[in-house]
Structure formats: C-alpha cells, structure tokens
Unconditional design. Sequence first.
Length: 222
Amino acid sequence: MTRSVPRQEPRLLPPQLRRPALVVLVLCAALVTALGVRYHDDARAGRLDARVYSELSDATGAYHQLLGGLATAVPVLVTAVALVLAALCAAARRWRAAALAIAAPGLTTLVVESAKHVVDRTIHGGLAYPSGHTAGAASVLVVAGLLVLSRRRGQVVAAAVALFLTALAGAGVVGLVMVSIHAHYATDTVAGFGTAVVVTLGLAFGLDALPLRGHVASTAPL
C-alpha cells in the first residue's frame, strides 16, 4: 500500500560544490566591491566601457528601438520565470528550492537598488551601478542551474561549470542589450551579474541550513 513518508529535501548545493561555491561567492563580492569603489560618485565611462559601447553601437545602431523593447521586457520575463520555477518546486514539495526561486530575484533587486545609491554612479542622470536588468536575469539563471544541480547524482562539478557558463552567457546577452541602448556601462552589467551570484549563492547556503523536510510516496505497508 502506498503512503507518504518524510524525507530530507535535497540540498540546493551538493556537498562537493559547497567549497567552490563559497570561493565563487567571495570572488564575485570582491569584484563588485572593487568596481564600486572605482566608479563611486562618477558619471564617466571607463576605458573598457567606452570601447564596448563603441563596438556595440556600430553593430546594433539600426536595432536600437527593438533592443529598447527587449530591455523593457526583461523584468517581466524574470518575474514570470521566477514564479514558474517556484510553482514547479512547490508542486514537488521542494520548499527550499521554491523559497530560493522567489527570494533570490527579489533580494537581488533590493541589494541592487541599495547599492546604486551607495555607489552613486550615473549615466544620463540616472543611477547605473550595478545593472538591475542584468542582475535579475542572472539571478533566475543561477537559481535554475542550482535546481538542476541539486538533482544530479554524477558529474556534478562538470555540470556546475557548464551551467555557470550558461548563466553567464544569458546574463551577458541582457547586459549587452543594456549597454547597446546606453542604459548602462559595461562594468555596471558585470557588477549586476556578480551581485546576483553573491545574493543567490548566499541564500542557497542559508536555506540549506534550515531543517526542512519533504514527503515522498512509499510502497511500504502501513
């Protein structure tokens, strides 16, 4: 006879990834901090920023309106993906994962908006550092990657590298869109990605420390 028995939820960070994840978190935090200090109270493009924008404007100038529309859609897409991930996790009674899917993008946005006022870097009079659009996209991509990794049994490290690069590429596309429409400098988008990684991994570590339990169907007799 089938019955539901308690089981421990899978960790968001598999044991073999906890140390590498901590290293990545610290490195990203250091990078975001260093760039924030470098561009504090500044309104100018750095050398890298100017070069990236010059290359992008030459390549995408004819698509400025289309790219602007894509940029406007990013927050909606991020919210939709976060809600879908949370719903799927809740349906599977993976409460840690559901909490991460909702909390990571939300807290990332809060941290980004707070950091903008602290760093006070501007572009066209608006606060720019770090990029919220890039951070939001990176957050849901990192969450999705962690959800995949938490279910894997083998080749976890190789899969983690592949998924991290996928998140970097996806967030990078959003960042390039933001730079091409001159809504951000390139270094703002780098900081946006780094901020999302720090917040999302930090939440994953915190949620893994909670003693949550799920349930699984069992054929053991009652």
